[in-house]
Design a protein around this ligand. Structure first.
Ligand code: PEP
Ligand code: MG
Length: 572
């Protein structure tokens, strides 16, 4: 038989690391559920099946919670249990069995599907990611009504291919010490991805492997840092990746040692590395990886999670964050909905990234803004000096003045009610729209700090949609214009004596971080996983060397030249 050729697929990198092993295809063996009617005599049995299934699944979840106490999965599993115990969902299922004579599995299937449809209609990426979790509860519950559990035959070192993976299955997989995960679906904020990052399992998503006759046991390689998946690699490719994996592993171990060292360049110049965070589940890694607080707390999740939009839920969430960073600060970004993070029922826009987004939406939907500010100021009173407010998507001075007016109103109103607040809570802006970078000198007089969002700054400066795969090769934050805008913003901030930080993806690239430090920006915020490697590069070089690099980059007019200059700083 003719040997099949290697096949290279490109997916989205979701959790870094290289995995080399045999494929295990996690098939979804749940048969389609048809609307099956039962007789009146069978109602009781079906109710019992359903109740037993719920009980069984909750017990399973509880068992899983106690397993990996060094992994912070408890919150995720609790969320699954909560969803499973939702009284409305439970009573709808029972009603469908009792009053409509549907079988337990179809009652479960159709009830959860209504909920899934609701999530899908929200359109936002966040909602799509959550759908995966709800689908997993639905399928596990149906499976449990059949009173036999799905068996895993995954072996240590294998690479799991699946359409998507529910969190409970992820935890089981991690116990088997698998070498990687490839999912056809999944989003970067889905629980499975968060868990694979937290568990250190290389992961690639959006890789369409099913067309390539992959079979259980086939050799495969995945690179979770680039999103590359090689099916049936050649002997040479395998050796090459095994070597890379060794190198990556020892590099990361060495880099982790840096986490405990002082944040100083080899000549003694200080810098600060913080974490970009969205979920509480991410917090345990902040300490091990050497993050000093949260430089960017993305809060959109709250907005999508609850229509109630409760102040107290937010107070709890922000307080947990501040407590977890042990004395450091948390920069809370006001809701940056819009763009690709659409609100439920929001109108479709022709150009969402140029539309109703960030501060524009907040100033329209003042009830959101006021509630969020109230929650933040309440927390500021409990943790004086530990919270900062960050306004997203600012493009004009008027927006800044208006948000600041609301801050004063909220502060005064809370003070009148004798609620302690820190009225000195710094209010800063995301510099991510070119108009603001261009007038940074003036803007700096009116805000307490700048945080440069290089993801959007790149998209808006280069007119390249950051989510459009067709032109993704044009999305390059190293473009000379971006460095110039960064420099302008930094100079303007220095003139007014306000701090500048970078929280765009750029800061997580060691070579860019070195150049940013050379430009005098010594406060960098990034995904937690990148901190050790960035730190190792910054600690191993002198500030003078980085200044020289920054000077050369600023004087380069061609993107290619800038890449050449930065290439030398990229760790091998
Ligand atoms: C940015 O735009 O660089 C940024 C950090 O914000 P987000 O990626 O959430 O838009
Ligand atoms: Mg942004």
């Amino acid at each position: 038989m003719k040997e099949q050729q290697p096949k290279i697929l490109s997916g989205k990198p979701a959790a870094p690391g290289i995995g080399v092993g045999n494929a295990f295809i996690l098939r979804d063996d749940n048969k389609p559920v048809h609307p099956e009617k039962i007789s009146d005599q069978e109602i009781e049995e079906n109710i019992r099946k359903f109740e037993n299934a719920c009980e069984f699944l909750v017990q399973e979840y509880e068992k899983i919670k106690t397993i990996p106490d060094d992994y912070d999965v408890v919150e995720i599993i609790d969320a699954q249990i909560q969803a499973l115990n939702d009284p409305e969902v439970m009573s709808t299922i029972k009603r469908k069995i009792k009053e409509e004579n549907f079988s337990a599995d179809y009652a479960i299937f159709s009830t959860f599907n209504d909920y899934i449809q609701l999530l899908e209609s929200a359109g936002a990426q966040w909602a799509k990611d959550r759908t995966i979790d709800v689908v997993s509860i639905r399928d596990e519950l149906i499976q449990a009504t059949k009173e036999k559990k799905k068996e895993f035959d995954v072996k240590k070192g294998e690479i799991v291919f699946a359409e998507d993976i529910p969190p409970t299955v992820m935890v089981k997989l991690s116990r088997i010490k698998i070498s990687g995960i490839v999912m056809e679906r999944g989003g970067l904020t889905s629980h499975a991805v968060i868990l694979s990052q937290s568990l250190g399992i290389p992961c690639v998503i959006n890789a369409h492997w099913d067309r390539f006759q992959l079979q259980d046991g086939n050799d495969v390689i995945i690179d979770g840092s680039t999103g590359q998946v090689i099916l049936r690699p050649s002997w040479k490719q395998k050796q090459e990746y095994l070597k890379r994996r060794e190198e990556q592993f020892s590099r990361f171990q060495k880099a982790l040692e840096w986490a405990r060292k002082p944040n100083k360049t080899s000549c003694g110049s200080e810098f600060t590395l913080r974490a970009n965070v969205e979920f509480l589940e991410e917090l345990p890694r902040l300490k091990t990886h050497g993050a000093r607080g949260v430089g960017l707390l993305r809060t959109e999740t709250i907005l999508f999670e609850s229509n109630e939009f409760d102040v107290w839920d937010q107070v709890e969430f922000y307080s947990n964050m501040v407590e977890a960073v042990e004395g450091h600060t948390v920069t809370i970004r006001l809701f940056d909905a819009g763009g690709d993070k659409l609100l439920e029922n929001s109108e479709t826009e022709a150009n969402p990234f140029l539309g109703w987004r960030g501060v524009r939406m907040l100033l329209d939907k003042k009830e959101f803004l006021k509630k969020q500010l109230e929650a933040i100021y309440r927390v500021s009173g409990k943790f004086t000096g530990k919270v900062r407010i960050l306004i997203p998507m600012v493009s004009s001075m008027e927006e800044i003045h208006e948000v600041k007016r609301h801050c004063i109103d909220v502060c005064n109103s809370l003070s009148r009610q004798h609620v302690p607040v820190d009225s000195e809570t710094p209010i800063g802006i995301m510099v991510e729209v070119p108009s603001i970078a261009l007038m940074a000198e003036h803007v700096a007089k009116h805000v307490d700090f700048f945080s440069l969002g290089t993801n959007d700054l790149t998209q808006y400066t280069l007119a390249v949609d950051r989510g459009n795969e067709k032109i993704s090769h044009l999305f390059d934050s190293y473009h000379p214009s971006i460095w110039k805008l960064i420099k302008m913003s930094k100079d303007a901030a220095d003139k007014e004596g306000i701090p500048v930080a970078i929280c765009g993806e750029m800061a997580s690239k060691p070579e860019a971080a070195a150049c940013l430090l050379g430009l005098g920006i010594n406060d960098l915020s990034m995904n937690t996983g990148s901190i050790p490697v960035v730190k190792s590069v910054l600690c191993s070089n002198t500030l003078d060397e980085m200044k020289k690099l920054a000077d050369r980059v600023l004087h380069a007019d061609e993107l290619e030249h800038i890449h050449e200059l930065l290439e030398e700083w990229r760790p091998a």
